[in-house]
Write a protein that binds this ligand. Structure first.
Ligand SMILES: [Zn+2]
Ligand SMILES: [Zn+2]
Length: 422
């Protein structure tokens, strides 16, 4: 089974958008305040994603080795530095978020089986780089507040309390895809992108009653899925005029529920999140304590330790034109509760769940086990389990891709990489 693990790291650094061949006035005109002397700083947050098969220890890679490589190759080099000066790459191409992600990929690619480098400049702006030449994704996030009701022309019990008028703070993430300019390091003018999202999506939807104020929702049920589709249609052509492609609209109704409308609707996903609290110990009982400590570090301590595990479950499917839903939300939540949360919550995984008497409960193995538990009940709902993502801590998470084609595409990407010695 193919799995992706994500490791978080952070560094603080300054940068300045400044091209030496331009005059001061031209730099200010091109980059605005970002051209100001001496530059500005950020607490960058980095997520390195690595793909592969689970090894005999139930891990894709030893996370402490991964941590050391990221520290040595990236963090020690960039932390508390002036990015424009520290790596020569940034004299050639400016240290924008997307270009920093690209160069970090280049630094790590010979050491780790990378599948993605994600870099947050701050919580409203981040880039994803997947090793595809100069191509990168850039995401901005924003929010709006609106009222709605799920006014059903079909069985009202499907929507429960949501048939009453109520409202949400919707959190919106807009991802564009494009090519990094070899000189400015940008795939798009971020301020222009922010203006488009503000003018075309946030302004018309903020502080309104969707069913009454937006003619589109007079007939169409304003579910999170349908609102993400609507926003995609509002933004698609103005974003194209900026020279990039709208890749994905992700809309959160709350922290626990969101929809993705990607690639102009050819891929639509619905996700929910929940959590359980459990203890575990990483140790193979056939090995000595010394050997287990060597493999699993502190996680092998004899009496165990515990986490709040955050679990995200994503299903893939079409938006049903009648219900406006990709999947029956109530039924999906019930399945996750019955099959996963109830089983794991407030347990000592190694002792209370028979499967983990012999299998080491790494987050990879737990996520894999949960994906196997959920797959067929979700299929019986008429939907398809796409991904299970499990956070063991803010620093570590793993993802299991469950559909045949997605599992194979990770496999192909991983097989192309030469796994260098750590
Ligand atoms: Zn609602
Ligand atoms: Zn642990």
């Amino acid at each position: 089974m193919k799995c992706i693990i994500n490791r978080r790291a952070q560094f603080s650094a300054s940068h300045r958008y400044w091209l030496s061949q331009l005059s001061e006035a031209e730099n200010i005109e091109k980059f605005g305040a970002r051209a100001k002397f001496p530059g500005q700083g950020h607490d960058y947050v980095l997520f390195i994603s690595l793909g592969g098969e689970l090894n005999e220890y139930g891990m894709v890679l030893n996370l402490s080795d991964v941590k050391h490589v990221i520290q040595r190759e990236v963090i020690n080099e960039l932390d508390f530095c002036d990015l424009n000066e520290v790596w020569a790459d940034f004299q050639e191409t400016l240290p924008t978020t997307e270009n920093i992600a690209r160069i970090i990929w280049q630094r790590l690619a010979s050491h780790l089986p990378l599948v993605r480098v994600q870099l947050f400049e701050h919580s409203q702006l981040w880039a994803d780089y997947m090793g595809e030449g100069m191509e990168a994704d850039l995401t901005i996030s924003t929010h709006f507040s609106a009222a709605h009701r799920l006014a059903p022309n079909i069985s009202p019990e499907k929507y429960g309390k949501c048939t009453r008028t109520h409202g949400h703070n919707y959190h919106l993430e807009v991802t564009v895809k494009g090519k990094i300019d070899p000189r400015t390091g940008m795939i798009v003018d971020v301020d222009a992108l922010k203006r488009v999202v503000q003018d075309y999506a946030v302004e018309p939807l903020d502080h309104c009653y969707l069913n009454k104020d937006i003619p589109y929702f007079a007939e169409i049920v304003p579910t999170t899925e349908n609102i993400s589709l609507y926003i995609n249609n509002l933004l698609s052509s103005p974003i194209q005029k900026l020279g990039v492609e709208l890749y994905k609209v992700r809309l959160f109704e709350s922290h626990e529920l969101w929809a993705d409308y990607a690639k102009n609707g050819t891929e639509t996903y619905f996700s929910v999140s929940t959590y359980f609290s459990a203890a575990h110990r990483l140790a193979d009982l056939s090995l000595s304590q010394e050997k287990n400590t060597e493999i699993y570090g502190k996680c092998a301590r004899p009496h165990g330790h515990g986490h709040n595990y955050y679990l995200e479950v994503t299903v893939k499917g079409q938006i049903d034109p009648t219900t406006g839903m990709i999947v029956d939300l109530g039924a999906l939540n019930q399945i996750i509760k019955d099959y996963a949360v109830e089983l794991f919550d407030r347990t000592f995984i190694n002792e209370d769940i028979p499967y983990f008497a012999k299998v080491v409960p790494t987050s990879e193995n737990i996520a894999l086990y949960i994906s196997n538990l959920l797959r067929s009940p979700i299929q019986e709902l008429g939907s398809e389990l796409y991904k299970v993502k499990l956070f063991e801590s803010p620093n570590n998470s793993c993802e299991i891709y469950c559909t045949e084609s997605d599992s194979n595409s990770i496999s192909a990407a991983v097989n192309q990489l030469v796994l260098a010695q750590l």
